[in-house]
Design a binder for this molecule. Structure first.
Ligand code: ADP
Length: 432
């Protein structure tokens, strides 16, 4: 290119000199040089015009030209071909993506930044009953009107999917998962999870039924064991030990069945958020009395509670959750330990904190603690009569009250279990 430019400049200088020489013959060298320049300019304008005409019809072959203009036409021509090839490739890729999305069994819906439907695949058409002729461009919340979906859509918090009964068929369950992309555009994935839901329901029903059926024989066994225990002194020594063990294990089983029933009630019953505000400070006082009885007054339990702060919810559920935490603090800390209960709020939420100065829990266990039957130390827990279900119950109760459980603990440092609630779930004294 540099070479061509240099040649073009030389040609310009040569033409001007030649023009000046010709002009010199008529005693007008300047006029001759200007004429030569004009001729050159005219030629460039003509080439420019050919370029413009060609760009207006880019499918035609490029104009024929030599030297610098030839290079310009060639350059543009190759650039255009590359562009066209890239465009074709992109169009093919887009078609492949659309075809593969169409083949998915899960529904895919693209929603623009205004919340209007842009594109969807066949599965979405079937799952959501969308019609390509009338629904394109409609707001998604106009087609999926369930208030829970609208809240989920507006929340912009899409970490967890939302499961709802299908609006087309109550027997079916759909899982919605939204992902944000581009400038506030959304991709909605819809999956039919009816089978998983049915299995989950069967599991819940099975546990509830088994626990229920176990209750009667267990009550009979415990009743007889209690009667036998009254005459334990008259039994031979090795029978006495057996009787004590049987009594201990039947009590454990009773706790287990009670906890399993409590869990399945929490899982299966619909939560009717009670409007009655609960005075948590009073509730903590009552729990403290029970916890001191459990500890045989060998622990110190301190309460710092905001007397004006109420929590909306189901009193018996909250009592069971908070008692679980306080009883754990008693069970898993040695005699003489101090347990602090705090109930307070800040600008982000309200918190019920149960803190102890016991042996603590190694951090590697923390994320598993709320799983059913998970215990840090099986032998220690069975000594304490634990079932491994307590924290699972706490987690479920909190979920039903829009809350969550935060656990911080480390070996030898004591543990702190915090129930966090949104402020919307609370009321201040004057408002009660
Ligand atoms: P469990 O019925 O066995 O008490 P939980 O679900 O209530 O079951 O607790 C799970 C495990 O967490 C317990 O087995 C225990 O090892 C541990 N844990 C709970 N609370 C505490 C605490 N305050 N200090 C130490 N360990 C605890």
């Amino acid at each position: 290119m540099k070479r061509l430019l240099r040649a073009e400049i030389l040609r310009l200088v040569g033409c001007v000199l030649l023009g000046a020489l010709l002009g010199y013959c008529w005693d007008r060298p300047a006029l001759g040089a200007a004429g030569a320049l004009l001729l050159l300019l005219g030629r460039h304008i003509w080439q420019l015009q050919r370029l413009v005409r060609w760009l207006q019809a880019p499918d035609d072959a490029p104009p024929e030209a030599k030297r610098l203009w030839g290079e310009v036409f060639d350059g543009i021509y190759h650039y255009q071909r590359r562009q066209k090839a890239d465009q074709n490739q992109l169009a093919q890729l887009l078609e492949r993506i659309q075809n593969s999305s169409q083949a998915l069994s899960d529904g895919v819906v693209m929603i623009d930044h205004k919340g209007d439907l842009e594109w969807w695949n066949h599965a979405a058409e079937k799952l959501l009953g969308l019609s390509p002729s009338s629904d394109r461009g409609q707001p998604i919340t106009y087609l999926l009107r369930n208030p829970q979906f609208v809240d989920y859509y507006d929340s912009q918090n899409y970490l967890e999917p939302l499961v709802l009964p299908s609006h087309l068929d109550e027997e079916r369950f759909l899982e919605y998962q939204i992902t944000l992309f581009g400038e506030n555009d959304r991709l909605l994935l819809v999956r039919d999870c009816s089978k998983i839901k049915r299995l989950e329901r069967m599991r819940q029903d099975f546990i509830a039924n088994v626990s229920h059926e176990l209750r009667t024989p267990l009550t009979v066994l415990s009743g007889y064991l209690e009667t036998f225990s009254d005459y334990a002194d008259e039994l031979p020594a090795q029978w006495q030990r057996g009787l004590a063990l049987m009594t201990q294990q039947s009590t454990r089983m009773e706790h287990l069945v009670a906890d399993l029933l409590a869990l399945s009630r929490l899982e299966t019953s619909d939560f009717k958020a009670e409007v009655e505000p609960i005075h948590i400070a009073e509730l903590l006082d009552a729990i403290r009395v029970d916890a001191l009885a459990l500890s045989d007054h060998q622990h110190t339990i301190l309460i710092h509670a905001d007397m004006q702060l109420y929590l909306r919810g189901a009193a018996h559920e909250l009592r069971s959750a908070f008692s679980n935490l306080v009883f754990n603090a008693v069970k898993y800390t040695p005699q003489g330990s101090t347990i602090e209960l705090r109930w307070y709020h800040d600008e982000d939420g309200a918190y019920l904190e149960v803190k102890d100065n016991g042996p603590g829990i190694d951090s590697k266990h923390l994320k598993f603690l709320t799983q059913r039957f998970y215990r840090v130390d099986g032998s220690r827990s069975s000594q304490t009569g634990g079932t491994g279900l307590g924290l699972a119950i706490v987690k479920h109760v909190l979920l039903r009250h829009q809350g969550r459980l935060k656990i911080s603990s480390s070996a030898e440092q004591g543990s702190c279990f915090t129930c966090c609630f949104p402020l919307s779930q609370t009321l201040l004294g004057e408002a009660v």
